[in-house]
Design a binder for this molecule. Structure first.
Ligand code: ZN
Length: 274
């Protein structure tokens, strides 16, 4: 290859990398259950970005360009996806990611095959939680590189295909931290408490809205120390680790949602493994 061509080629590949900012490098993991960071122009106004008919989080990166930060559902097939930037279609690629299987034994068979009354309760609770995930407040997240909500090692990763007593159920929608019952849980970024509940599967639960559809859910708590409407600063305590709901022992289950899509929380704490 002639030298000049090689030089031009290396420049062509080097330029996009230089154009990427810190947030893009940190969060852009375009896989099912991951996050796509999409350049969305340099206009004076923030563009309106929609993906799968839902509004997406848009911020200004490095004070110079708009980026959309979009959650990709676990059910999306690798390949081309499309979103709308001010109504104009824009394409992006989703790469493959393998998710392992996990087998869990529960003594309480009702947590595997709930009875008809349980199913009614579960449906009601799912509606309530879906509404909380669909809220889209206009405030900007205080930080996109999250703090870990508890001190403790990561245990079950996001996206595991789960079998309870041999029966396949929904994949693991969050990230688990091993921690003793009573360990304080801290807000990974500032947020408003939008929902507090005590649910069949999730146990005692807190929803924290960080802004523009970026929402955390904390489950299986032994104690909840906040109420709906509370504004929490980054690092403020919201409750304590427990084992309420469908849990085999004390741990924190943490969901992170963008555009009503549960994504791998490990991305936001710099712990993502492809
Ligand atoms: Zn979990």
């Amino acid at each position: 290859m002639p030298r000049t061509v090689a030089l031009l080629l290396s420049l062509a590949f080097a330029l996009p990398a230089h154009a990427e900012g810190f947030i893009t490098r940190l969060l852009n993991k375009p896989v099912p259950g991951g996050v796509a960071v999409i350049a969305a122009g340099h206009g004076p106004q923030a563009p309106q970005v929609r993906y799968q008919d839902r509004p997406a989080l848009v911020i200004k990166e490095d004070g110079r360009r708009w980026i959309a930060i979009v959650g990709i559902p676990l059910t999306v097939q690798p390949g081309e996806q499309q979103l709308q930037v001010d109504g104009r279609p824009q394409r992006f690629r989703v790469d493959a990611r393998e998710y392992r299987a996990q087998h869990i034994t529960l003594k309480n068979q009702r947590q595997v095959n709930p009875n008809p009354d349980d199913l009614k309760r579960i449906a009601r609770e799912q509606d309530e939680q879906t509404r909380a995930y669909r809220q889209f407040s206009q405030n900007q997240p205080s930080n996109l590189l999250f703090d870990r909500p508890v001190d403790g090692p990561l245990s079950s990763p996001f996206g595991l295909r789960r079998f309870f007593n041999g029966e396949e159920r929904n994949p693991h929608s969050g990230l688990d931290f091993a921690a003793k019952a009573g360990t304080p849980i801290k807000a990974p970024a500032a947020g408003t408490v939008t929902l507090v509940g005590d649910y069949f599967f999730n146990g005692k639960t807190v929803f924290l809205d960080h802004g523009q559809g970026l929402i955390s859910m904390f489950c299986h708590l032994s104690a909840v120390d906040v109420k709906v409407g509370d504004r929490l600063g980054r690092g403020e305590a919201l409750g304590k680790v427990g084992a309420t709901g469908r849990a085999t022992g004390p741990h924190l289950h943490w969901n992170v949602s963008l555009n009503d899509t549960r994504v791998d929380p490990a991305i936001f704490i710099g712990a993502f493994k492809p």
